[in-house]
Design a protein around this ligand. Structure first.
Ligand SMILES: CC(C)(COP(=O)(O)OP(=O)(O)OC[C@H]1O[C@@H](n2cnc3c(N)ncnc32)[C@H](O)[C@@H]1OP(=O)(O)O)[C@@H](O)C(=O)NCCC(=O)NCCS
Length: 195
């Protein structure tokens, strides 16, 4: 079981329901869903349910999405600030899905990269035999920049399953899939099918 992770500037710790207000502040903010507006949380309850899934995953798989807390204050952000989340969730098959979402006030300072490196390492330690994958929309350059700096490789690029093949307007739904090791065709197909 992975508990707390410390990086140079950040503390990653398991989410609790006490984080619901801060979590909803990030997950309910349209700026954090600019590339996928339908994913935005529209109620605190939705955020509570997501946190509960993380708590359950932590118990079952030894790791999950974490609260990312700033250890020492930096310009505009106080020590102890809840910056967002980073971690991994177990898919319905044997693969982790790495993810991160940060408050816009925290963007552009390398925090997501720093947290994602720690999260990737933790997911591997929690379940060494299970590959870590990450999906990103081709339009989400910031997230791609983060992934490019991790120990993962691009394994697939294409239209997501939910994009109608005949609709040129869905080019923005192109996705990239990264993985931390070679993955078999069945696993790749299953990740692609997630959309
Ligand atoms: C993706 C996200 C977590 C990045 O957070 P961050 O703390 O700003 O990330 P970092 O500072 O570690 O790195 C961001 C990189 O993207 C670059 N970047 C930021 N915005 C960009 C943009 N609009 N276009 C291109 N590159 C961009 C930054 O310049 C930086 O690269 P650099 O260090 O080479 O200059 C943050 O933008 C976010 O929360 N977005 C909304 C949620 C999301 O998209 N999550 C991922 C879903 S797959």
């Amino acid at each position: 079981m992975i508990d707390e992770l410390r990086t140079e500037r950040l503390l990653l710790r398991p989410l609790t329901l006490d984080d619901a207000d801060e979590y909803f502040r990030v997950y309910g903010d349209p700026r954090t869903w600019a590339h996928l507006p339908s994913g935005r949380h529209t109620s605190r309850e939705e955020s509570e349910r997501a946190i509960q899934r993380s708590i359950d995953s932590q118990v079952r798989f030894g790791f999950s999405h974490c609260a990312v807390i700033l250890r020492d204050g930096v310009e505009g952000l106080a020590a102890g600030s809840f910056l967002g989340t980073a971690g991994a969730s177990m898919l319905a098959f044997e693969a982790w899905n790495l993810g991160y979402r940060f408050s816009p006030e925290a963007w552009g300072r390398g925090f997501a990269t720093e947290a994602a490196i720690a999260a990737l390492d933790a997911a591997r330690r929690a379940q060494p035999a299970i590959p870590v994958t990450a999906r990103v929309l081709a339009t989400n350059s910031a997230s791609q920049r983060v992934l490019e700096r991790l120990d993962v490789e691009l394994v697939w690029r294409g239209r997501s399953a939910d994009a109608p093949a005949d609709d040129a307007d869905t080019a923005h739904l192109e996705r990239l899939i990264f993985a931390d090791r070679p993955i078999d065709a069945a696993t790749l197909d299953a990740v692609i099918a997630l959309g």
